[in-house]
Design a binder for this molecule. Structure first.
Ligand code: COA
Length: 375
């Protein structure tokens, strides 16, 4: 494709590929889930309310939320056969591969009904079990211990932190998890969601759609950017080092992970919220270097390239301050985005048409077949 043409249409930029009632990106404050402003949700709601909103279509009443939370807690349990798989997977595997394999394995053990009549239960099961999958594998390989899934925490974020650190998390950290999971939960036709919809459009099962979406999220141009951003920030010990280092990278035309966006043009509305949480947690844990290093990178990227941090950039330090290993950042994204993926699978199934576009052929034509001995 000509460079100019690629810029205009490459990567399906600007192409409207379907209709959806789940999310708008780029209107109002910039992001709305089913008509609710993301700022209102991040400020006032818990992640469980938002995942209910996305997957079931409306905010829950108090009693609906209580029932839903109980179902999510029940859904944390790991089948024995899945535990065997998690113990067998290598210690040095990427945690996103653990999430992908865990999802696929559960699909073998507890398949969805052919008529999808149990899709709601399968969605809740996946939302509940993902933290257990990651942390069972983690503790088995890092500490040589098998964890159980009992917990006094009744939210996904609280459960994740408690199981990771083996101690009760503070209310501040639980709130930070709610906010970050809410911000990550849904984002219209991003790459992984589009893949989940394609999966649903073939009438495949929900585990296949979500397993494929996890594989797509893993890449550093998409969800893997939060891990890559932390690796970048960790290269520097001071603002001075970061300044030198980022200018050097820009001179070498390197991509700076956690910056830029396909849809937003001047800022990512989610960044304003998560940046404040990063600042708050830096104070909470008494870290005085990482936040200023992040801010100087942000300033240089704006001054030099007019590029702004996306959600991944300050999510990285927010998670880091809570003692979460860098390789687990994108799996947390999975725990949240499953709500969005699932909402899209359900919507696609509700009015399905196979997603199958065309390509423009640009290869050679009219070639005569050459016998193998003459090639
Ligand atoms: N660092 C440095 N340069 C960047 C950049 C970044 N993070 N993001 C975009 N650019 C530059 C590109 O090099 C390109 O420059 P050029 O026109 O001189 O070739 C220009 O900005 C357009 O970028 P492009 O990658 O073509 O835009 P896109 O719409 O295809 O990409 C992203 C969007 C998100 C893939 C891109 O901004 C990126 O790779 N960001 C880093 C990864 C990331 O944070 N992903 C998470 C997204 S939420």
């Amino acid at each position: 494709m000509e460079a100019k043409e690629k810029k205009k249409t490459g990567g399906l930029a600007g192409v409207v590929a379907g209709r959806s009632a789940i999310c708008t990106v780029g209107t109002g404050h910039g992001l709305n889930y089913r008509g609710y402003d993301i700022y209102d949700l991040a400020k006032n709601a818990t992640f469980e309310e938002v995942s209910y909103l996305l997957t079931k279509g409306a905010l829950p009443t108090q009693s609906e939320l209580e029932i839903y939370k109980k179902e999510l807690i029940q859904a944390r349990a790991l089948p024995d056969a899945l535990k065997v798989v998690l113990r067998t997977l290598p210690k040095n595997a990427h945690p996103m591969d653990i999430m992908r394999t865990g999802c696929s394995t559960l699909g073998c053990l507890e398949p969805e009904a052919d008529n999808f009549s149990d899709q709601g239960a399968k969605i809740t099961r996946l939302m509940g079990i993902f933290p257990s999958i990651l942390l069972y594998w983690h503790h088995y390989h890092v500490n040589g211990k098998e964890i159980d899934t009992n917990s006094s925490q009744d939210t996904i974020g609280g459960y994740f932190l408690e199981k990771l650190h083996n101690k009760q998390p503070s209310e501040l950290w639980i709130k930070a998890m709610h906010v970050s999971l809410i911000l990550y939960a849904e984002h219209e036709f991003n790459a992984s969601t589009f893949v989940a919809r394609i999966g649903a459009s073939t009438l495949s099962d929900i585990y296949s759609a979500i397993t494929a979406a996890i594989g797509v999220l893993r890449g550093p141009l998409h969800g893997g950017a939060n891990e890559a951003a932390m690796e970048l920030i960790s290269e520097y010990k001071s603002v001075h080092e970061a300044t030198r280092g980022i200018y050097e990278k820009l001179e070498n035309k390197a991509k700076i992970m956690g910056f830029g966006h396909r849809v937003y043009v001047s800022n990512d509305p989610r960044n304003i919220v998560i940046k404040e949480w990063s600042r708050k947690l830096a104070d909470d844990v008494g870290n005085s270097t990482i936040f200023p290093i992040s801010e100087i990178i942000e300033k240089i990227m704006w001054d030099e390239k007019k590029l702004f941090p996306n959600l991944d950039f300050y999510s990285a330090s927010t998670y880091h301050f809570m003692g979460i290993p860098t390789a687990y950042f994108t799996p947390i994204f999975v725990m949240s985005r499953t709500a969005g993926w699932a909402a899209h699978v359900v919507e696609q199934r509700g009015d399905n048409k196979l997603i199958r576009p065309n390509s423009e052929y640009i290869g050679p034509e009219n070639r005569a077949y050459v016998d193998i001995k003459n090639r």
